[in-house]
Design a protein around this ligand. Sequence first.
Ligand code: ZN
Length: 527
Amino acid sequence: MRTRAHRGLLAAATAVSAVVLPVVSAAPAGAAPDPRTLSQAVKAPAVKRHLQAFQEIAAVHGGTRAAGTPGYDASAGYVADRLREAGYRVTLQEFEFPFFREITETTMRRVAPSAKAYTRTTHFRVMTYSGSGSATAAVQAVDVKLPPPATPDRSTSGCEAADFTGFTPGNIALLQRGTCTFQVKAENAQAAGARAVIIFNEGQAGEGRADRRGVVGGTLGGTTVNLPVVGTTFAVGKELSAPGTVVTLTTHTEGDPKRRTHNVLAESRWGDPDRVAMLGAHLDSVPEGPGINDNGSGSAGVLETAIQAGGLQTRNRLRFAFWGAEELGLLGSKHYVAGLSAAEKAGIRLYLNFDMIASPNHVFGIYDGDDSDRTGSPAGPAGSDKIEKLFESYFRTARQPYTGTDFTGRSDYGPFIAAGIPAGGLFTGAEGVKTAAEAAKFGGRAGVAYDKCYHEACDTIANISDKALRVNSGAIATAAFTYAYSPVLPGGSTRSGRAAAGGSGRAASGGGGLGHAHDHDHAGVPS
Ligand SMILES: [Zn+2]
């Protein structure tokens, strides 16, 4: 991260100010309007009102706006209505995705030989597509290898129906990770009459992914298993393999492998359709909370910018996207980019992403599109550097410090940079912890997470930095209005081979950073 403090010499006002701007219906011939002047139409109270609307939507829909829930659909309806009122052509782009959630948190405790409570996430986690139920029963180990086999030999626990010869129906099956999928193991246990399944990690020590001792998480691939199924650490599994062990395991889940959700897309009626400047934010929250900072904040900033740009006869075409199912692995933006023709891709000259712009213990992070920080992921497609510089210039003018944030591709700009489209954006930090140097530069509290409510029920309207929301909404508006009129755009008509460097297949960042990896999706850990 950068540590330089950037203090502008000009006494410029913060872009989102109280100045009232008349609606500009057309640019004077030959002169583009000043983006900073236009951006003053995007006012912090209006952005905050959108956040209030998202909060109220969550409150009447079970406290969440997650993809596939009524809270998401209501959020999308709200956004679509505002965009239509502002004059946009609005499209709801549907796609299918695998839905799963815990309706209530899974619990596991040992009742014999002595009572012991286990902690969700630390000791165990529910398998994606686990069924619902509550079982108190004897734990019966099935073909487990203790101590664990040396690599490359693997446990085959539960992989064959024959493993369950001698299994007592009604018991809880204790299985060890290895060889076959979690789905196969759980289906075999179900067929043998198990009331619940515990799959523990295999046990080998190693570096990184080779270490098989932590909590094992994964997917059962679909809704074929109707029993509670959890993954645990190796240590918990070894403990539960002791004779005479009785466990109570309770899950309450909802799974649907073919649920539908949608992106909300808004297209301006003005501007050259072959010169598109696109802005986006994910609209879905996680099931655990209302997602007001993550990512009501980015959605609200982009929405208010769109509303204020609605009547402008711009040179270039503005397009706005509110993505669904980002939290499940960038599913909405991947679906959108995968459906673009080569010509449509070439027409998108840049993509700007806003995912968490008002973290309560914020920094002002700008995606490091040119890899000038030389940390983590490489630079984005050519032109990403220019977008980063535009945001830097905004923060200097606004006399606010800023820092780089690694260009990992782990939010909705990922599919765009993988397609060679230059991208940039803002990020104020997630579950990462603010350093003393950052606290000195940005204020706030060192040693505390940027967003202590990240992916939690407490990510409410109270979890917002009004200052960060105001400053970053001004940045969104300034970038949108700059690219709406600029005769030169970051993405040229020819794309260089650097696009490949932005491929989504590259390794995840090893660097530190602000968190919000968004790689916590329920994708299966291979058994
Ligand atoms: Zn997010």
